[in-house]
Design a protein around this ligand. Structure first.
Ligand code: ATP
Length: 290
């Protein structure tokens, strides 16, 4: 039975148990001063699915991403990836275990070429100066395989012709492709994408969506934060909705479209802050579907 078939049988409720979860989180909590940014009871991500993490501005989505991937420290909670506890591990160790998140290219990275960006994201980038001759030989072999993988990912993401250009010369959409390609250098079993479509033109959105579907079809689990409701409803197998730090709803796109708690959360958030941009589109998308 495929993961999609099994996810179809899961009850649409916050904290729902999944048939084959790749990630299981118990009580991740993070506050900043008096503000509780994340306070999630329980969350499971089903292996082999595309799961969207959505919610109004300030819901805690990015903070939850940061905490789970070891790029921010939780106040409490424990979580396991592929059955092994990963809370407390730094980001690079979480990535080594196969759970990798994308990052926006920093200023420093935009000065490097596209190919150099890929190679920097490869495994085994440290310790070169301490290597003995045998290890240096092995390292060289590793370099060759990293380069091969980088070249083939650049082909796949249609960036090969840009390999020697600086990353800073890429368009917004091409940068998003590069961010995704970089994440795949370590052959992750789960990728976490933070707003992969932000600022991308419609043609490249299509291309990014195809890449995300292809990852799922190859067996990679995808968890992504996104605001565009058409994208979310169109591509997700499962949707997790956060508001005010908590998971307030979970389900398939059809469950979420008609979920009054979700509609209220978006409208409530808009009431606090005047609707603008994608946020207003998001709430309208949900309202239209009622
Ligand atoms: N480093 C920080 N210091 C203080 N407050 C923070 C910090 N990071 C996040 N917050 C606060 O935590 C809350 C959750 O923020 P977070 O960025 O996780 O939400 P989000 O759902 O990702 O929002 P958006 O969709 O706008 O990106 C917000 O109120 C935010 O202001």
């Amino acid at each position: 039975m495929s993961s999609e078939q099994t996810i179809a049988e899961v009850s649409a409720e916050p904290g729902a148990a999944k048939p084959d979860p790749i990630l299981v989180a118990d009580g991740p909590r993070r506050s900043f001063g008096g503000l509780t940014a994340v306070d999630v009871d329980h969350l499971q991500v089903q292996r082999g699915t595309i799961t969207a993490l959505i919610g109004p501005n300030g819901a805690g989505k990015s903070t939850l991403f940061n905490v789970l991937t070891g790029f921010d420290r939780a106040d409490s909670g424990s979580w396991a990836f592929e059955g092994g506890r990963i809370n407390g591990l730094p980001g690079h160790q979480v990535a080594q275990r196969g759970m990798v998140r994308t990052f926006q290219l920093t200023k420093a990275l935009t000065r490097l070429t596209v190919l150099e960006n890929m190679l920097l994201a490869a495994p085994g980038q440290s310790g070169e100066r301490f290597l003995g001759s045998f290890l240096r030989w092995r390292w060289a072999r590793q370099e060759d395989s990293n380069r091969e993988r980088a070249e083939s990912l650049l082909e796949r993401f249609r960036l090969a012709h840009m390999r020697d250009e600086t990353a800073g010369s890429l368009s917004g959409g091409q940068r998003k492709l590069l961010e995704m390609a970089r994440a795949l250098m370590v052959r992750p079993s789960m990728v976490m994408l933070d707003e992969p479509m932000a600022g991308v033109n419609p043609v490249l959105v299509e291309s990014l969506l195809e890449h995300i579907s292809a990852l799922r079809d190859e067996g990679t689990t995808v968890l992504f934060v996104e605001h565009d409701m058409d994208v979310i409803m169109g591509i997700s197998d499962w949707i997790v909705v956060m508001a005010e730090g908590r998971v307030i709803a979970e389900g398939r796109p059809d469950d979420i479209r008609s979920n009054q708690v979700v509609i209220d959360a978006y409208l409530g958030a808009q009431h606090d802050e005047p609707p603008q941009g994608v946020e207003s589109g998001a709430a309208e998308g949900i309202e239209e579907a009622r």
